[in-house]
Design a protein around this ligand. Structure first.
Ligand code: G3P
Length: 216
């Protein structure tokens, strides 16, 4: 499974990247706004740090606007992936961009049907949002399992990015379901690599080590 970082915070990216855990980065307008930096500057900086795909989202709502923005975003760095919202205009933009060789990530996907439409239109990635489905009382992880099966049934090459990941369970179950990628907020990573029994075990070992006779 590939791990993407769902952030535009450069220090956070550098920190997690040092652990070898960053295969790519995803952003959205909310994430970009949080940094208070120029969009182009921050995307170019992230692309220079991370070898893998870096998603940058369009703002336009018409196909023409999306395609125009996508071409600009894609010119910023070779690893830019253009994030396109899951709408009729978005699907047309994805289809046109795929023919130009521009990689796309279709975002705000909440049903298997939407995921299939995106894959069929030529999306490189599709981003189902598990946390936001949980927020409305649905079972977000069911979408991951069902979309994985649906795309595999027809051998689509579109990769599933499990997005809106909020918990250890989201990450683990997405991995077990075979999602290609999880995009994870930086703040969640420490919860993924730590466990209270690990901490307790280290403390116990250090305590017991004091009882070992030392020559000097
Ligand atoms: O990757 C999409 C993600 O940023 C959305 O997460 O927590 O705002 O639903 P969230």
């Amino acid at each position: 499974m590939k791990f993407f970082l769902d952030t535009a915070n450069v220090e956070e990216i550098k920190r997690i990247n040092r652990l070898g855990l960053v295969d790519g980065v995803t952003t959205n307008p909310t994430i970009i706004a949080r940094e208070g930096r120029d969009f182009e500057e921050v995307i170019k900086e992230i692309c220079s740090i991370v070898d893998g795909p870096v998603s940058a989202e369009v703002i336009g709502l018409t196909t023409e606007e999306m395609v125009k923005e996508a071409r600009i975003l894609a010119s910023w760095a070779p690893n830019v992936v253009v994030k396109i919202p899951m709408t009729e205009a978005g699907l047309e933009a994805v289809h046109r961009l795929s023919k130009e060789g521009i990689k796309t990530n279709v975002t705000l996907v909440f049903t298997v049907a939407q995921g299939l439409m995106a894959a069929k239109a030529g999306a490189t990635y599709v981003s189902p949002f598990v946390g936001r489905l949980d927020d409305i009382g649905a079972e977000g992880l069911d979408l991951i399992k069902r979309l994985k099966t649906a795309l595999a049934n027809f051998h689509f090459t579109t990769e599933i990015i499990t997005a809106s990941v909020r918990s250890l369970k989201h990450l683990e179950e997405a991995a077990i379901a075979g999602a290609d990628i999880a995009t994870i907020p930086g703040s969640l990573f420490p919860k993924l690599w730590s466990h209270p029994l690990t901490d307790k075990g280290i403390a116990q070992f250090l305590e017991d080590w004091k009882k070992v006779p030392k020559k000097s």
